[in-house]
Write a protein that binds this ligand. Sequence first.
Ligand SMILES: O=P(O)(O)OC[C@H]1O[C@H](O[C@H]2O[C@H](CO)[C@@H](O)[C@H](O)[C@H]2O)[C@H](O)[C@@H](O)[C@@H]1O
Length: 256
Amino acid sequence: MTVAPPPPLPAWAYFLDVDGTLIDLAPTPDDIQVDRELLRLIEDLHRLCNGAVALISGRALADLDHRLGMPQLPMAGLHGFEWRNAAGNVQRHATAGDIRSIEQQLLPLRRRYKQLIFEDKGTTLALHYRQAPRLGGYLHRWVRNLVRLAGKDLQVQPGKRVIEIKPRGHDKGSAIKDFMAQPPFFGRTPVFIGDDQTDEHGFVMVNQMGGISIKVGRGRTQASYRLAHVAAVLDWLRQITSANESHDKESNIAVT
Ligand SMILES: O=P(O)(O)OC[C@H]1O[C@H](O[C@H]2O[C@H](CO)[C@@H](O)[C@H](O)[C@H]2O)[C@H](O)[C@@H](O)[C@@H]1O
């Protein structure tokens, strides 16, 4: 069922997934297009919501900073394993599990299937098969088995044409909970928008907090609301900025 979310309010706290939510998916992680209009929208939202806007991504903070160039923006990276709060303090959670051994064991797969893209994010690893979708089932079984044999400290996080291996203990839900305990998020109604399986942790957390969870696109979800695609997300968020523009215009008219 498709339920449209209510109009957004500047008094809420906004947690935004990146790939597939703010930015259209691309053939490879490096191919995403970040346009100026998106950056302006994020900046406007951040200002109009008194700073209560954070990105919640599977990408690393360094990657997001490199692509977006917004070093002041609160963000959680690596599915919740690192985060930067509104004061600019960066925290990286301690991890267990031998991710380097998994990296070594993935080498034969990478040598055999040249279409696979391997993303080493330090704390987590991602194996992308968007260029070879038919390998998906086989790769998922292979990696699941590998991670199971490695013990209980690591887990598989499936995503869109990607299999990620990450430590247990943190996720997008825990990142949102951490942000909500601090200013300027504290006391606001949390909104989380995401499109992928890793975002389900965020939806569950926001639902528990009485917030607004929004799934982008199709598929089973714990989210309460749905938006069809990236353009619909941006249009929905723009209601805040355009309402403010018309308010400014009205005040200008009143003053002059
Ligand atoms: O949590 P997100 O911000 O949505 O990040 C999830 C993963 O996104 C990236 O991979 C996905 O997007 C790529 C570019 O569009 C696409 O080629 C790939 O198939 C998708 O899975 C990123 O590369 C991962 O590190 C993120 O975890």
